[in-house]
Design a protein around this ligand. Structure first.
Ligand code: ADP
Length: 330
């Protein structure tokens, strides 16, 4: 029977577009080079790879890397996410079900409840699981030995991870945003997989508007394919891409509807800030997590906003971007 805690939230198209070798994984050069060394060394010693912590904004390739690591170790990959591991028993069931050399991927690992996190410590360190059966005076503790395994934790918020958990990962890899050239290569690779014919200009427009993030670039590519199919155009050129992006509300800076609403709220409603994240979240009717995980990393990276001790503030580049958003929407 399939364990409900083992899950894949991946869209079938994401799986389809996922590179299945390190050669197809574009960019993040230093990370990949280091990872290949660690993988080779572990294989040489016939040991499981040390536990790996992957961190960076959503859509930059953390899950993809977990697949590639498991494939390279010829191991099974079990995928789960911290929000479904609410009880110690959930984690215990998962860990005791692992076979020798399995790779366990826990997404959003910063969201593990502390009791579950503490159970993970001895599992990671000594492959030991201490569980308490029953409660009250009849409670009994039991110690189980686990098979050698590799844990891959992924997080968009490294700052929320406790030090004891962070310290138990032997390998930490930070994924950064992609350059324009890397984004173009990713779009081109995706277009080939989707059997789309793109002009080089069309490819670079998509790359520039993809917020330096592969998932966004590939999502735009799929939507542009819809426009191409609907308009019966087999060649995707720059003018088709521009029409499609404008219909999708993506402006020339790659800012989507929510980014633009964020800048308008910060720049106009709150006169540029500083304003607290809770206030912004209430104003935009979006969760604080969505703003912090999805919207802000790119705006910060582009220097459009600043995080100050008193809250978020717009920068002069942010004011310019805001004027552009407003002029385009008129
Ligand atoms: P994350 O787990 O960090 O949210 P994913 O690994 O799910 O991101 O990646 C999102 C999509 O982008 C997937 O379809 C994946 O194939 C693609 N992708 C991510 N990074 C790369 C890369 N470096 N090269 C090619 N495709 C990538």
């Amino acid at each position: 029977m399939k364990d409900p805690k083992i899950m894949s939230q991946e869209h079938p198209i994401d799986l389809f577009l996922r590179p299945n070798s390190f050669e197809g994984f574009i960019g993040q050069r230093q990370c990949i080079e280091n990872l290949k060394i660690f993988l080779k060394a572990a294989q040489h010693r016939k040991e499981p790879l040390d536990h790996v912590l992957l961190h960076g904004p959503p859509g930059l390739g953390k899950t993809t890397l977990a697949h590639l690591i498991a494939k390279s170790c010829e191991s099974r990959l079990k995928i789960t996410s911290a929000p479904v591991l609410m009880k110690t028993g959930d984690l215990a069931a998962l860990l005791t079900g692992l076979q020798k050399q399995d790779v366990l991927f826990i997404d959003e690992i910063h969201r593990l409840p502390i009791s579950v996190e503490e159970t993970l410590y001895s599992a990671m360190e000594d492959r030991r699981l201490d569980i308490i059966l029953g409660d009250g005076p009849h409670a009994q503790s039991m110690r189980l030995t686990l098979e050698p395994f590799t844990l891959i934790g992924a997080t968009t918020r490294i700052g929320l991870l406790s030090t004891p958990l962070k310290d138990r990962f032997g390998i930490t890899l930070a994924l950064g945003f992609y350059t324009a050239a890397e984004m173009e290569a990713i779009i081109l690779q995706g277009a080939q997989m989707l059997k789309m014919v793109l002009t080089p200009e069309a490819c670079s427009v998509i790359a520039v508007r993809a917020r330096e993030t592969p998932r966004i670039g590939l999502r735009l590519l799929r939507r542009i394919r819809d426009f191409g199919d609907a308009w019966n155009r087999s060649l995707i050129d720059e003018s088709l891409v521009l029409q499609a992006l404008s219909a999708l509300g993506i402006n020339s800076l790659g800012l989507d509807g929510l980014d633009q609403r964020y800048l308008v709220a910060l720049g106009c409603l709150f006169q540029g800030g500083p304003v607290g994240i809770e206030t912004l979240s209430a104003t935009l009717s979006e969760t604080k997590d969505t703003l912090e995980d999805v919207v802000e990393p790119y705006l910060l990276q582009k220097g459009l906003i600043q995080r100050t001790p008193r809250g978020r503030a717009i920068t002069s580049s942010g004011q310019e971007a805001l004027s552009l958003c407003q002029s385009l929407s008129q």
